[in-house]
Design a protein around this ligand. Structure first.
Ligand code: ADP
Ligand code: MG
Length: 255
């Protein structure tokens, strides 16, 4: 069972969005304590995979299976998945007017843990998490993502991840729109939160964030398929040669 440390196992997954096949047979396995990077050009289905893992109803499973902690994940709805420790930081954090960051995070905590804790109790937890992440607590009173800069929004996502204490974290384009200082802070936060019980799937178009977060495995997604998997060097190759190099290699293999 869980003895082997397997967190997520995706087998021959085919996904349709509004009648169009986007994912065309994905195989991916993530164990506890591993960081996997999923890279690929825009529009190849990276976010589709992330939303599918969260159980978004728009993404229709046509074939294949997803196991999470050896349980059929597709049988669970989004909130059940969250309760079981799957966390997703979204590419475009939504603005929720009138909800302060603190009460938003408390909600996250309560729904994950299935209990209601008081503001006072939660504040203690939050203070610890913020200290751990070396975050300033001045912006706690601010409203969720309203008036936050791009970098601050991303930092909030990491704080949300810290409060959530995930078993599997899916970070979709966490690096997009970050200046180098914010990128370093966000990466440091993710590295601090990494632990032997956690698996992380970092989805990114660019290699940049992988200078700060060392992936154990790198996968390249193209046209709905993982066309290449490797170690960290693979992302360095992409930085040097771009995705065209992978395309050329694939084409020459087809000849
Ligand atoms: P990536 O994250 O790699 O940029 P996406 O998973 O967002 O790629 O999108 C893959 C393809 O799926 C897109 O080219 C688009 O055609 C289609 N797609 C994704 N989301 C939707 C949607 N909500 N409605 C219609 N088509 C979509
Ligand atoms: Mg995307």
């Amino acid at each position: 069972m869980e003895m082997n440390g397997n967190l997520l196992r995706i087998e021959n997954l085919k996904i349709e969005v509004e009648g169009k096949e986007i994912l065309k047979g994905i195989n991916l396995s993530i164990n506890k304590g591993e960081i996997h990077a999923l890279m690929g050009p825009n529009g190849t289905g990276k976010s589709t995979l992330a939303f599918t893992l969260m159980g978004h109803p728009r993404y229709e499973i046509k074939e294949g299976s997803i196991f999470y902690l050896n349980e059929d994940l597709t049988k669970l709805n989004t909130s059940q998945r969250a309760k079981k420790g799957i966390f997703m930081a979204f590419q475009y954090p939504e603005e929720i007017p009138g909800v302060s960051l603190e009460s938003f995070l408390r909600n996250t905590y309560n729904s994950k843990n299935g209990k209601e804790i008081s503001f006072l109790e939660f504040r203690k937890i939050l203070k610890e998490k913020m200290k751990f992440l070396e975050m300033d607590d001045v912006f706690l009173k601010r409203y969720v993502n309203e008036g936050f800069s791009g970098g601050e929004k991303k930092r909030n996502e990491i704080l949300q991840m810290a409060v959530f204490e995930p078993t599997l974290a899916i970070l979709d384009e966490t690096d997009s729109g970050l200046d180098i200082d914010s990128l370093k802070i966000v990466s440091m936060g993710i590295n601090k939160l990494m632990n032997p019980e956690l698996g992380i799937l970092i989805i990114t178009h660019y290699q940049r964030i992988l200078n700060f977060i060392k992936p154990d495995f790198v996968h390249i997604l193209m046209d709905g398929k993982i066309v290449k998997s490797g170690r960290e060097e693979l992302s360095k190759m992409l930085e040097e040669k771009g995705y065209d190099w992978v395309r050329k290699e694939l084409n020459s293999q087809r000849l």
